[in-house]
Design a protein around this ligand. Sequence first.
Ligand code: NAP
Length: 368
Amino acid sequence: MERRRIGILGATGMVGQRFIQLLNNHPWFEIAWLAASDRSAGKTYGEACKWKLDTPLPERIATMTVMPNVPEGTPAGELPKIIFAALDADVARELEPKFAAAGCAVVSNSSAFRMVEDVPLVIPEVNADHLPLIEQQSWRKQTTADGVPGGYIVTNPNCSAIGLVLALKPLEERFGIESLFVSTMQAVSGAGYPGVASLDIMGNVVPYIKNEEEKLEEEVGKLLGSLAGSKIALLDAKVSAHCNRVPVEDGHTECVSIKLKKKATREEILAAWADFTPLAGQKLPSAPDQPVEYDAAVDRPQPRLDRMRGRGMAATVGRLRECSLLDWKFVVLSHNTIRGAAGAAILNAEVLARLGKLDFKKPVAVRA
Ligand code: NAP
């Protein structure tokens, strides 16, 4: 299969670097375009980026020129039709619509459009059936004169919401969720680069991450909601979140207590997680075989030991035990810049490719 040309907007940041690492040898996508702020435009990627990952910066990428951050900054015909975006929310709010209006599929990591009614907020294992919402977007409806459909925005959730909701989905399906309490311990890479000052975080815990608790609480409702016509009916469950920054490099750990609508035994809950393989057989390159892995050891999951399960795309669950306030409690861990960001967006794009939503071709005339 010929690889599709893709671009990365915000390519020099923590998530942008993960995109480069994960897409460098991707079988379906080829990195053809990179952009970041005006500070970086015009430089080579190697000059503009402080590479922070533990694999070498690929040589071909290092020599690519960082392009201006608007579609018209690239010569006509050279802008890829698929843009992975890793921008801060304020910047994303301004720039992502410009790329959608220019006819691109924008696969975004930012919170800017996650809760907008006609924008899908998607984890493929959980709610790929929300993707048809893109057809409601005004950019998408702007078909060219020869019938090529317009661009659109698809988002992936907050980095803590992804691991949490992967663990919740099998429970919601089998037992229904009435309420849950979650307390997070979030890695410093989740704050981007340079992120939290070392003097603030070394030997310390910061019990505040701006807007994080609100995002986590509302995104759970949309992700576990159902598509009703052209809208998402939110899950009717109470969610209370506490979010904390901890001195861990990568990997968000979350302690969860949950009340179910239908009583469930420990064995039934473990079976719900073990049986959860909704993408099996689809042959999506980034999909883990087992999206939720249960570890029975008393002291797992741990970020250093478990964040790379499923090539960084699996959520690890452990310590399932009865809760004296709600019904059950457990711990879930996932890699925040892979499953929680770049890897999640790439998996979204793989599903869009399978659905034919990255083709941007004029419809083939069918003869009677
Ligand atoms: P980051 O390390 O601060 O990187 C920000 C990127 O945006 C850089 O490439 C920067 O380019 C670029 N940028 C800044 N202003 C710009 C502008 N005006 N036009 C174009 N590009 C601009 O942030 P990050 O951690 O990668 O996060 C990016 C987004 O992903 C955020 O919305 C974040 O909330 C979300 N997210 C992050 C994580 C995580 O674990 N880190 C997880 C999930 C979601 P320069 O180098 O040129 O300044």
